[in-house]
Design a protein around this ligand. Sequence first.
Ligand SMILES: Cc1cc2nc3c(=O)[nH]c(=O)nc-3n(C[C@H](O)[C@H](O)[C@H](O)COP(=O)(O)OP(=O)(O)OC[C@H]3O[C@@H](n4cnc5c(N)ncnc54)[C@H](O)[C@@H]3O)c2cc1C
Length: 413
Amino acid sequence: MSKNNVEVAVIGGGAAGIAAARKLTAHGVDCLIVEARNRLGGRAFTVSHPSEHALDMGCGWLHSADCNPWVAVATARGRVFDKAIPPWGRMTMTDIVPAETQRAFRQAMGQLFARVSEAAATGIDRPVSDLLPPDGRWNGMLNAVMTYIAGAELELMSTIDLDRYEDTELNWRLVDGYGAVIAAHGDGLPVAFDCAATRIDHSGKRIAIEMPKGIIEADRVIVTLPTSIIGDNENLFYPALPAKTQAARGLPLGLDDKLFIALDGAEEFESESRVFGRTDRAGTGNYHFRPFGRPMIECYLAGRLARDLEAAGEAAFFDFAVGELTELFGASFAKRLKPIALHRWGSDPYARGAYSYAVPGAADQRAILAAPVDDRLYFAGEACSRFDFSTAHGAYLTGIQAADRILAGLRKT
Ligand SMILES: Cc1cc2nc3c(=O)[nH]c(=O)nc-3n(C[C@H](O)[C@H](O)[C@H](O)COP(=O)(O)OP(=O)(O)OC[C@H]3O[C@@H](n4cnc5c(N)ncnc54)[C@H](O)[C@@H]3O)c2cc1C
């Protein structure tokens, strides 16, 4: 641990923490990131594949790219963007799922979102599943798609929160990885690695962050921990902050795990194409063929399905994907597949999930979670964002907001 006495400690070195610490440091604030892992980035995590392809196990898409602050960061670092239209924005694999069927599904999706807006406008929150047509042909697949978007099934999700999410529908990627650029933005910042905060004692004049390795004291603290960690530990703060614990519990992390599979003879398939394992159930995989034109399949397995697979162990992911893909492409397809990489976010002790959704009635908990306490304990992270929650750019913006609040208090803006 490099130092144990600072003006501002930022707990968590993910997108929010890095953005906050970078801004504070630029304004001459003595600041330290306290990070449980031995790396920066958190849920932004790029790994290298032996073929030298960068694989984003966490965030991969720069959503709302026309107003996403990571675009400027990546541009300044000379990173190469891929601006191909994502598979969900066009028709693909029409030989497997006819264009007409794909159009019918899109229409059902559009109708669901229209009903979400109408229902949210009433101000009465309810589970999104209430808005599905009874016995609707597309209910299973609508649920499946929401598990990739929000990590959870529609019956768990707040209509008002979902309606607040903003997206300009411009989605880019980075050839060398989104996670890699987010972590690189932390280069040179002071970080205490392998330091998992177990208690944040704000009873005294200075705030004490307790960890197995010792104590760090700070005048101000920015907490960027995932809601899973805040909600599961009511003793995290001393004195306790029940409003924060409750807010975090109303904003649990859904689950989305990515499995990359090498595909022999991949050229047979169009680049950036996509198919679902099934169109009639929520528990199915979303298979993105040849991302960036690479000879692989990026599989998204989410919601309850991902929880069940995590419980069954690592091999269960590949087995499930092979099972669905051979149903679609024939038994011999299995011989062309080889697992490359998987990250199980639900079993990751410092994430315990993928991204936050609000349970019905909890949409306003995002503001409660984000509110500072006594002008010295600040909160940031994707779940604190009212409109850009669940994203890396939402996390960035909340980190900047917390840093700006501190700078305003210190009159350093
Ligand atoms: C599979 C997957 C796909 C995704 N796809 C996209 C996408 O395409 N586009 C997009 O914008 N977003 C995507 N996201 C979401 C995005 O990655 C997150 O919203 C964002 O990275 C969250 O940043 P954060 O700083 O709020 O939290 P985190 O990244 O979780 O940062 C919190 C940090 O706190 C640390 N920590 C935890 N416990 C402790 C402790 N006790 N003490 C100290 N430190 C601790 C963690 O290690 C972590 O580094 C995806 C996420 C996943 C998992």
